[in-house]
Design a binder for this molecule. Sequence first.
Ligand code: NDP
Ligand code: 2IT
Length: 439
Amino acid sequence: MQGVKDRNPHQDEFVQAVGEVAEDIYEWIQDRSDYHNAQILQRIAEPDRIISFRVVWEDDDKHLQVQRGWRVQNNNAIGPYKGGLRFSSGVNESVLKFLAFEQTFKNSLTGLPMGGGKGGSDFDPHGKSDAEIMRFCQSFMTELYRHIGPDVDVPAGDIGVGSREIGYLFGQYKRITGRWEGVLTGKEMPYGGSRMRPEATGFGAVYFLREMLAAQDEELKGKSVILSGSGNVALYAAQKLIDCEAKVLSLSDSDGTIEIEDGLTGDQLDWIQTLKFEQRGRISEAADEFDDITYHEGKQPWQMDADVAMPCATQNEIDEGAAKALTGNDIAYVVEGANMPTTADAMDVFRAKGVTVAPAKAANAGGVAVSGLEMSQNAERMHWDREKLDDLLTEIMTDIHDKCRKAGECDDGSVDYRRGANIAGFEKVADAMLAYGVM
Ligand code: NDP
Ligand code: 2IT
């Protein structure tokens, strides 16, 4: 780890992500001399390449704006690079390197042939007009297109990149190359999207939770859940939780949290989905609309009492203080919908208190899994129906759960799902790298 720190100064998120994997696989890898001889750990902690570029676009006032864009192609040992694009003011090389690193093991866990990558820009889509978003996306793709392809690297959405952005990006790729091909996932249905892709990450995380509960002879029905975020992952997780008769007690955005004392209803969720996905409003507006919803400006949901916490906003959103508040309220399960939402200190608190944590690379893998299925549908020029895709998603999440459980079993019979996910995700990538020899 000292080498990783020295080679990546000021890249805290990346060092944190590598450190977590290294910590979890350390013991397991001890007697794998084949990995040691081939320096697999050192090689896996170094991205294949990082492409960075300038993105210039014109705003509605005719001012030119200069932004940075990146694609981190982390590892393609088991398939083409695959992973989302994030547009947010907080994006930098460290954040994208950590996300691409995590994505590599997540994609491995899905069992589908996908390597790991991530990209994005420090462009903040909040408050931009559709025309500005379009011009930005076109400029971004004008640089990115030469580095991607259906068998090379297949981006998708992430924070700040949803179906609108994917549409503009895909249109520009098609315009420049003259090729209609499955180069992006998360597309809309009329031009090659997959049913269930919008829902897949949130639904998949709830399927994982359901499996985790079933392994302890518990059920989701009647459980109370606090969620952060109110984007793609949070709102579809909430939908599936309500379907399963769990109680959704909170949602949030970067300005504050809404609290729903008796649990969100399906009608309220419909209203919020329209607010967030179509009107691009703020979560506080739900409290203006409904009497039983209270808004807490500047607050996260982690002080609230519940059975399950599902962080679905961003990295490091649960710090040590939040973890102590959660364990103080006897939270029993944490399901990471967001990528690396728990700081290392917070994780220590959860481990010490016996909280069962579903790690991001397992719990939120449903999104990229259905992206993999979108690639398959594009390749065979077919659309599969919703039922088939939901069945496949359920099967993949159950399989990931079982793999993590098996590899994460502790001597005392408990299960460390994070360790299990890191070991199971790592092994397939490492074995493929071994097969290729020195490169
Ligand atoms: P969206 O852009 O749809 O929503 C993001 C949500 O998180 C918004 O409510 C946003 O609030 C909030 N948020 C973002 N940044 C911050 C911040 N710094 N502090 C507090 N709140 C914040 O993104 P997704 O739902 O797609 O992604 C959420 C998380 O899930 C990310 O970690 C992403 O990497 C992960 N993920 C996403 C997948 C997908 O398929 N989309 C797949 C797997 C993981 P605001 O509007 O105020 O910014
Ligand atoms: O973090 C993630 O897994 C995603 N943002 C989804 C990636 C994808 O290629 O669907």
